[in-house]
Write a protein that binds this ligand. Structure first.
Ligand code: MRU
Length: 355
């Protein structure tokens, strides 16, 4: 697989020597592979908001590096003043996107590390923050690999697998979540046939999933979102694998808009539907999906994003939720790095945290 995106593309990287965050601009894919060099916190906020970096774990890693770089710029000469500067950057980055809990999880973990260094010099605290941000990235790589191994145990060679949005290597430190078993299976000669939903309105499936799987030599077929039912009916799909932005404690799972429709179809056709998510995406404080804040995005993403001319009448009313919640009753299992949680999720997810 050497040369495939999994081995060569790191979508988020810290260049500490030059005080920069290096981000693959995912809005330009598949046409251009351009890396952004970001120093300003405002630019890092923009990169998250405008989806230059996207995917729950990658957003978390970016936030961790961002809060480190922002704190590094501080001229505070004592712990308390440095903490005040850290908090400003942290609170600002927390406003970039609301749904993926990994953003808040990573910022909270950075804050916990800051507090662990109580009383130390600004230089020592900055070094600790750098270490913590690198740990968050490195752990995500291991976590995704483990999710991939567990998920692979659910699949058989030659299966058709449907996925929605992009939960691939560029959405994480490496491997992805829903795509991790595809890559690990590829190494073992499983020959999966992957169907990638295009994922309206921003086409993460067409632009990103189809791109990274094709580059890796995986058999991938792009379909429009409204074609999922026909391929299921034709017997081409043996499992659905999706990523996730936030899992509530009862298993309700928020993922890219359209995911819940795919789950309803899978139930109808009796096809297993798996959510692949690290425990950093599980938010036990959300009791059900109703507690999950669903991001609303600008109308322009629906009315004028992809053609030179408007795609809809001027000033037409729009509704553009970026995510929806898949009811836990539609989910066969939630694959985490600690194992596969099965219904009832209120028990099985809590157990995963004890492992
Ligand atoms: O709006 P996006 O592109 O950030 O949405 C991403 C998704 O919905 C992914 O499926 C999810 O974050 C999991 S990424 C491993």
């Amino acid at each position: 697989m050497m040369g495939s995106p999994v081995d060569v593309i790191q979508s988020v990287r810290l260049d500490d020597e030059n005080d920069m965050l290096i981000l693959l601009d995912q809005t330009l894919l598949p046409n251009e592979k351009r890396f952004l060099e970001l120093k300003e916190i405002k630019d890092i906020w923009d990169a998250i908001y405008f989806l230059k970096v996207r995917g729950a774990p990658a957003i978390g890693i970016t936030a961790a590096y961002g809060v480190y770089l922002g704190t590094k710029q501080s001229e505070a000469d004592n712990y308390d003043d440095l903490f005040a500067d850290f908090t400003k950057v942290k609170d600002y980055l927390a406003t970039s996107r609301p749904t993926a809990v990994n953003l808040f999880w990573a910022l909270a973990r950075m804050e916990a590390r800051f507090k662990l260094e109580a009383g130390k010099s600004p230089e020592e605290v900055k070094a600790a923050l750098k270490e913590e941000s690198e740990l968050i990235r490195d752990e995500d790589e291991q976590v995704c690999k483990s999710i991939g191994e567990y998920a692979l145990s659910l699949l058989e060679p030659g299966w058709g697998i449907l996925t929605h949005c992009n939960a691939g290597t560029i959405a994480t430190a490496k491997y992805g979540t829903a795509l991790a078993p595809i890559y690990l299976g590829q190494e073992k000669g499983y020959n999966f046939k992957v169907f990638a939903d295009e994922t309206r309105p921003l086409l993460q499936g067409a632009r990103l999933t189809a791109w990274e799987l094709q580059e890796a030599g995986v058999d991938v077929t792009l379909i429009c979102d409204n074609m999922a039912s026909i391929i299921m009916k034709e017997g081409k799909v043996q499992a659905v694998l999706v990523g996730c932005d936030r899992v509530a404690s009862n298993g309700d799972s928020a993922n890219k808009i359209g995911t819940s429709g795919v789950a309803i179809l899978a139930k109808h056709y009796n096809i297993p539907f798996y959510v692949c998510a690290p425990l950093s995406t599980v938010d036990l404080e959300c009791k059900t999906g109703d507690d999950i804040h669903i991001e609303l995005r600008p109308s322009s993403e629906i009315t004028s994003a992809w053609y030179e001319k408007p795609m809809a009448p001027k000033d037409v009313k729009t509704y553009n939720p970026a995510f929806d919640v898949t009811d836990h009753e539609l989910i066969t299992g939630i694959v985490t790095e600690k194992g596969i949680a099965y219904p009832p999720f209120s028990n099985s997810l809590a157990e995963m945290f004890k492992k």
